[in-house]
Design a binder for this molecule. Structure first.
Ligand code: HEC
Ligand code: HEC
Ligand code: HEC
Ligand code: HEC
Length: 370
C-alpha cells in the first residue's frame, strides 16, 4: 500500500505516517492535490519565472522519465499499474490536481510542487499579493501590484507573510520548509523502488541544486536572474544586511538539517542497511552531516541538534532492530524542533560564520533572459 498524505501536515506527523507498519515506505507527498491551481495561474504575473522553469529538468525531463524503458520495471516493483495516473510515480514526476472529484495530473514538477498548493479553502494565491485590506481584487497586473506594494505597512507585511506561510506557501524566507519539500522527492523514500534500480539523488545539496537550472530570482528585476531571491534581499521589506553569501549559507544549513531529519525518519522504517540499499544511503547521509556538525561548523545554537544525534555511530546505524521505528522517530523529532528554533534565530544568514563553507559549483545552467 502506498500511503498518500492528503493535506499539508507538518513533518512531525509525516514521521508517524511513514512508519504505519505497512512494511513499505511511502512516497511522501507534501502538496495536497486539492490545493493545486496549476501554473497558468502563476505565469500571468510571473513571466520570467515561467521561462526559467520551462528550461529546467522539472519541466523537460521529470515527466518524460515515465516513458523511460525502465519505468515499467519500477512500476512493477511497487505494484503501480497506471504509471501516469493517480500513482506514486506522478506524485514525484508530475503535479497531481483534484478539483471537486475530478483528478488529473499536470506534467512535470510545477511551481506549486515547490511553493505549495496555492488554492483550496484557505489558499494563499490571492493573499500573497494583497497589500492592504481595501485593495481592489480586480488589480491583477504586476506593475500595478508592485506600485500598490509600496504603500504596505510593516504590520500588514508581517501578517501577510505569516498568513501565506500558514496557508502552506513555501516562501523564500521559509528555507527549512523549502528544503524539506525538495527532499521529499529527491530522497526517494521507497526501498522497493531503489532495489529495482530507481535512482536517488545522492549528491543533492540545496544551495548548489537551487542556484543553477532551478534559479529564477526575478521578482524585483525581470531582466536579471539574481543570485539570491530579490524580494528576500530586503529593499522592499525594510531588512538590511542580507547578502548573497548569507543566503547560500542559510540554504546550505537548511538543506543539511532537513536532510538529517528526513534521513533519520527513513532510517527508522527501513528493513535493511546492506550496500546500495535505501538504509545504506541514509546512513551515509546521517554520518556525513554529523561529521560536518562536529568538526567544521561550530555553530552556536546547533548544540541541541548535536545532542540529539551524539550516540549515533556507523555501527549503531548498521544494525536493524525492532525498536528502530521509535528510536529514530524520536531523534528526528528532536532534530526537527531544534532546527526550527535555529532558523528563528538566524533568519537572515548574516551572522552565520565563515566555517559554513560556500561552494561555487551550481547544478546546471541558470536561465538568463536575452
Ligand atoms: C496577480 C499576480 C500574481 C499571481 C497570479 C501570482 N503571483 Fe506570486 N507574486 C506576485 C507579487 C505582486 C509578489 C510580490 C509579493 C511580495 O512582495 O511579498 C509575488 C511574490 C511571489 C513569491 C515570492 C514570495 C517571497 O517570499 O518573496 C512567490 C514564491 C510567488 N509569488 C509564487 C507564485 C506562484 C507559485 C503563483 C501561482 C500559484 C503565483 N505566485 C501567482 C503576484 C502574483
Ligand atoms: C519519491 C519520489 C519519486 C517517486 C515515488 C518516483 N520517482 Fe522516479 N525519480 C525521482 C527523482 C528525484 C529522480 C531523479 C533522481 C536523480 O537522478 O537525481 C527520478 C528518476 C527517475 C527515472 C530516471 C532513471 C534514470 O536512470 O535516469 C525514471 C525512469 C523514473 N524516475 C521513473 C519512475 C517511475 C516509473 C516511478 C513509479 C513507479 C517513479 N519514478 C517514482 C523521484 C521519484
Ligand atoms: C515533486 C517532486 C520534486 C520536487 C519537490 C523537487 N524536485 Fe527536483 N527533480 C525531480 C525529478 C523527478 C527530477 C528528475 C528529472 C530528470 O531526470 O532530470 C528532478 C531533477 C532536479 C534537478 C536536475 C538534476 C540533474 O541530475 O541534472 C535539479 C537541479 C533539481 N531537481 C533541484 C531541485 C530543488 C533545488 C528542489 C527544491 C527547491 C527540487 N528539485 C524539488 C522532482 C522534484
Ligand atoms: C524546484 C522547485 C521550484 C520550482 C519548480 C519553482 N520554484 Fe520558485 N523558488 C524556489 C526556490 C528554492 C526559491 C528561492 C531561491 C533562492 O534562494 O535562490 C524560489 C523563489 C521564487 C520567487 C522569489 C524570487 C525573488 O526574486 O524574490 C518567486 C517569485 C518564485 N520562486 C516563483 C515561482 C514560479 C512562478 C514558479 C513556476 C513557474 C516557480 N517559482 C517554480 C523553488 C522553486
Amino acid at each position: 500500500m502506498i500511503i498518500s498524505i492528503v493535506s499539508r501536515i507538518p513533518l512531525v506527523a509525516l514521521a508517524a505516517l511513514i512508519l504505519m507498519g505497512t512494511g513499505q515506505l511511502s512516497a511522501q507527498q507534501l502538496i495536497s492535490p486539492h490545493d493545486v491551481v496549476g501554473r497558468e495561474d502563476c505565469s500571468q504575473c510571473h513571466v520570467q519565472e515561467q521561462k526559467a522553469w520551462e528550461q529546467s529538468s522539472h519541466n523537460k525531463n521529470a515527466w518524460n522519465n515515465l516513458d523511460h524503458p525502465k519505468a515499467g520495471e519500477f512500476a512493477k516493483a511497487i505494484g503501480v499499474t497506471d504509471v501516469k495516473g493517480e500513482s506514486a510515480c506522478t506524485q514525484c514526476h508530475g503535479t497531481q490536481q483534484k478539483i471537486e472529484d475530478k483528478f488529473q495530473v499536470l506534467q512535470g514538477n510545477t511551481c506549486e510542487s515547490c511553493h505549495g498548493g496555492a488554492g483550496g479553502d484557505n489558499g494563499w494565491l490571492e493573499k500573497h499579493y494583497r497589500f492592504s485590506e481595501g485593495q481592489d481584487a480586480a488589480t491583477k497586473d504586476m506593475p500595478a501590484l508592485l506600485e500598490l506594494r509600496k504603500a504596505e505597512t510593516a504590520d500588514h507585511r508581517k501578517a501577510r507573510d505569516q498568513a501565506c506561510s500558514s496557508s502552506g506557501m513555501n516562501r523564500s524566507g521559509d528555507v527549512l520548509s523549502i528544503a524539506k519539500n525538495c527532499l521529499s522527492c529527491h530522497l526517494v523514500a521507497n526501498e522497493k523502488l531503489l532495489e529495482a534500480g530507481h535512482p536517488i539523488s545522492s549528491k543533492f545539496e540545496l544551495a548548489e541544486w537551487s542556484a543553477g537550472e532551478v534559479r529564477h530570482n526575478f521578482l524585483l528585476d525581470s531582466k536579471t536572474n539574481a543570485a539570491a531571491p530579490s524580494n528576500w534581499l530586503g529593499k522592499t521589506r525594510n531588512v538590511t544586511g542580507r547578502t548573497v553569501d548569507g543566503r547560500k549559507r542559510l540554504l546550505m544549513l537548511a538543506g543539511k538539517l532537513a536532510d538529517l531529519e528526513i534521513s533519520l525518519t527513513i532510517r527508522g522504517a527501513v528493513t535493511s542497511t546492506k550496500r546500495g540499499s535505501l538504509g545504506d544511503e541514509v546512513n551515509d547521509r546521517i554520518l556525513d552531516i554529523k561529521d560536518d556538525l562536529e568538526d567544521d561548523w561550530e555553530l552556536p545554537g546547533l548544540e541541541p541538534v548535536m545532542e540529539a544525534i551524539k550516540d549515533l555511530s556507523k555501527k549503531s546505524l548498521k544494525d536493524v532492530t525492532e525498536d528502530d521505528g521509535q528510536t529514530y522517530a524520536g531523534v528526528a523529532k528532536a532534530v526537527a524542533a531544534a532546527s526550527k528554533e535555529f532558523f528563528q534565530e538566524y533568519p537572515d544568514g548574516t551572522n552565520l560564520p565563515d566555517s559554513v563553507k560556500i561552494r561555487s559549483k551550481v547544478k546546471g545552467e541558470p536561465y538568463q533572459p536575452k
